[in-house]
Ligand binder design. Structure first.
Ligand code: GDP
Length: 434
């Protein structure tokens, strides 16, 4: 059987998954997104043209590849239409290549407003969400009052009933609110017509593709440390970004996943609130932020920056069963006199080397670092592992040891061409398959 690969974030997101997915796509017949919403933002450069994708897998930039949005994703139809129109403007036609799960839940117009209110209510303890209504849409899904794509396309009277109930629940949450259900319903009816041509049974499509030996890539959004169950709760996203999300968010069995590629930056970043043990606050943080252009693709928010945290990546490797890492943005470290890898945390209760569940353990925790010499010769644009400066190779080796997983891919720039596939790695074997 051809190896189907899951590509997911091993840190707090923005690892450069878009570039890696885009790079691997020619080896696959379909790319399937399994969770999250349009808060995710993949930036891909193709021959100097910038594409920013939020909902549609970046596989769409490759003709002939089917792009799938699974049931685990929550969909704001307006955001989806906007993305489709934007792609059309850039010469990319999605018709016949986009498949949206009939079981995916819809983000309703007022979910956004609920998001803002919920953050305001949390005050100091705010999560730092993108306020796009994604959390409240997942809340409605779990609260069993959500509206799915198949409901939007189905019987009008049943849809009217569902919308009435959902709006009623919403009016009870927001004090003195009397939102009318009818305009919400009318808008969904309009959306239905445009959505219809893209909607289908994703699980069935994938099962058929896999049986016919057509390779599928499972694409994660956000990342493991933002996973609702395994991330730094409550500073997390509302879905399972880690490997379990592939099965629940697409309706595929675990055995369909033949390999797991974890994407990690050569340093660490995080957008929004929550713990970040290796966070830097000095000029070095500014240096990483500017060189790495660490500003959110969706919101433009500056990202918090720190050294590579092997405790975090080792934890991710365990949760996801990562076979190989794609190490991105190595070039951002070019020219630094020394580079550091965090291998443990010094806490009030002693040193720890496993990522803790209780965030209070991380309060005041001091990273324990291995310090290595930096490199003067740039890695930027290098395409062969043995052409990397010795010190960069040593950094990668130490990072692999500390993370307990090999780097199959090293990315040395944002362009597709600026990539190293490590000889005789799991990734090279996956690449050899077509
Ligand atoms: P994603 O959500 O994980 O895809 O990450 P983002 O798209 O938000 O951020 C990744 C950014 O880093 C994009 O602007 C990429 O073009 C860029 N990028 C990816 N790999 C590299 C790399 O190896 N070097 C540099 N300098 N930039 C990279």
């Amino acid at each position: 059987m051809a190896t189907n690969i899951a590509v997911l974030g091993a840190q707090w997101g923005d690892e450069g998954k878009g570039k890696i997915v885009d790079l691997l796509t020619p080896h696959f017949s379909a790319v399937a997104r399994y969770q999250g919403g349009h808060n995710a933002g993949h930036t891909v450069y193709v021959n100097g043209t910038k594409f920013v994708l939020h909902l549609i897998p970046s596989g769409i930039l490759h003709p002939g590849v089917t792009c799938i949005i699974g049931n685990g994703v929550v969909i704001d139809p307006q955001a989806l239409f906007k993305e489709v129109d934007e792609l059309a403007r850039m010469g990319v036609d999605v018709d016949g290549r986009l498949l949206v799960s009939e079981k995916a839940h819809v983000i309703l117009p007022y979910h956004r407003e609920l998001d803002v209110l919920s953050e305001a209510r949390r005050g100091e303890r705010k999560i730092g969400t993108t306020s796009r209504g994604i959390g409240p849409a997942y809340e409605d899904k779990i609260g069993r009052r959500g509206i799915r794509i198949c409901d939007v396309l189905g019987d009008r009277a049943a849809l009217a009933e569902d919308v009435r109930e959902n709006v009623h629940a919403r009016n009870q949450i927001i004090k003195d609110s009397t939102l009318d259900w009818k305009p919400v319903f009318d808008q969904l009816v309009v959306y239905a017509e445009r959505l219809r041509g893209w909607v289908g049974d994703v699980s069935l499509f994938l099962a058929t593709a896999i049986r016919q030996d057509r390779r599928v890539m499972f694409e994660g959004a956000q990342a493991t440390l933002l996973d609702i169950d395994h991330g730094t709760y409550p500073f997390v996203t509302s879905s399972n970004a880690s490997i379990g999300g592939v099965c629940t968010g697409l309706g595929v069995p675990p055995r369909a996943i033949g390999g797991v590629l974890g994407v990690a930056k050569a340093y660490t970043t995080r957008v929004g609130e929550g713990p970040l043990p290796t966070e830097l606050s000095d000029s070095l943080a500014d240096r990483l932020r500017e060189t790495g252009q660490e500003y959110g693709a969706s919101t433009g928010r500056p990202r918090r920056c720190g050294w590579y945290d092997a405790v975090v990546v080792r934890y991710s490797a365990r949760i996801n069963g990562i076979d190989a890492l794609a190490l991105t943005k190595l070039d951002v470290l070019d020219g630094l006199p020394e580079v550091k890898i965090c291998t443990g945390y010094r806490t009030a209760n002693g040193d720890i080397t496993e990522f803790p569940a209780d965030l209070r353990t991380l309060d005041g925790a001091q990273p324990i670092y291995d310090t290595l010499p930096g490199w003067d010769t740039p890695t930027k644009g290098v395409t062969r592992y043995d052409a990397l400066p010795r010190a960069a190779q040593r950094y990668i080796r130490r990072l692999e040891e500390a993370s307990g997983v090999e780097c199959g891919i090293v990315s040395t720039g944002s362009d597709r061409s600026e990539t190293i596939v490590k000889p005789s790695s799991a990734v090279e074997r996956w690449f050899a398959e077509r």
